[in-house]
Design a protein around this ligand. Structure first.
Ligand SMILES: CC(C)(COP(=O)(O)OP(=O)(O)OC[C@H]1O[C@@H](n2cnc3c(N)ncnc32)[C@H](O)[C@@H]1OP(=O)(O)O)[C@@H](O)C(=O)NCCC(=O)NCCS
Length: 231
């Protein structure tokens, strides 16, 4: 567990650690059968100290019954728009994921968590993100998604901050992610949130139909990394 070296870190971590200590939703396993009932918050009511990096959305691990809704949300956000906007993947046709692919991925990575955020306890899923421990205390973060109707209002920023807090509360000291190299706007967005480009790249999974059909043959991933505060 990272040390609480800064006030900022403590502001973020203490509520989470308290949650963990009392055994509430933060420990809920992915396939838990009963939905949690603890409070949810509007994302803009959870900011702390006016620092845009310090906010806590009430993220919950997805239930198996959430998978269809998460898949629809991801496909809408990643592939729903037909424009070359900074925040979608118009250069890949077809769905970003399927229910079968998501269940397969989750089953193959039992330490990973698909986290979701709802404004109301029984309301629609408006945001989701995948977090997963990989090497040592480095976690992978992926599939960061905000419903298109909620975008550009700070929810993505809050979602990322809350996922980082989740990772820190579970012993992660750093986060790695992969981004398709042509997504300049998205790379800039992550860099504004403290993620730095590494020298590492990864090949695009050409031929793996689970991610859709790329419309160009030069895609690859760049790897970004962020050291978490206090670690
Ligand atoms: C990426 C994503 C999660 C961001 O969510 P969001 O709620 O819109 O994020 P925020 O409201 O916090 O931030 C919006 C940003 O868009 C920027 N923006 C708005 N219009 C823009 C444009 N035309 N070009 C570039 N950036 C733009 C804003 O400046 C703001 O960034 P800033 O806060 O650093 O100034 C969301 O767009 C999404 O779900 N995209 C589809 C899925 C995806 O591609 N995810 C990335 C996974 S690697």
């Amino acid at each position: 567990m990272p040390k609480c070296q800064t006030t900022a870190y403590a502001l973020v971590m203490e509520p989470i650690l308290r949650q963990a200590a009392t055994g509430t939703r933060i420990r809920t396993p992915y396939m838990a059968s009963t939905p949690s009932t603890s409070a949810h918050f509007r994302h803009d009511e959870t900011r702390l100290s006016g620092d845009p990096h310090l906010s806590l959305l009430d993220l919950t691990p997805a239930l198996d019954s959430d998978v269809p809704e998460i898949v629809s949300l991801m496909n809408l956000a990643y592939r729903g728009a037909d424009t070359e906007a900074w925040n979608n993947e118009s250069y890949i046709k077809g769905p970003r994921t399927t229910e079968a692919a998501m269940r397969e991925e989750i089953a193959a990575k039992p330490a990973g968590r698909q986290l979701v955020w709802r404004r109301e306890p029984r309301g629609p899923i408006l945001a989701t993100v995948w977090v997963e421990p990989t090497e040592d205390d480095v976690w992978y973060l992926g599939a960061l998604t905000v419903h298109p109707g909620e975008q550009n209002g700070g929810l993505g920023r809050d979602l990322l901050a809350a996922a980082e807090s989740w990772v820190g509360a579970h012993g992660g000291h750093a986060i790695k992610m992969t981004v398709v190299h042509i997504r300049a706007g998205l790379l800039a967005w992550y860099q504004r949130r403290g993620y730095a480009l590494t020298d590492e790249t990864q090949p695009f999974p050409y031929g793996d139909g689970r991610f859709g059909t790329p419309q160009r043959d030069d895609l690859y991933f760049v790897v970004l990394k962020k050291q978490l505060i206090g670690s």
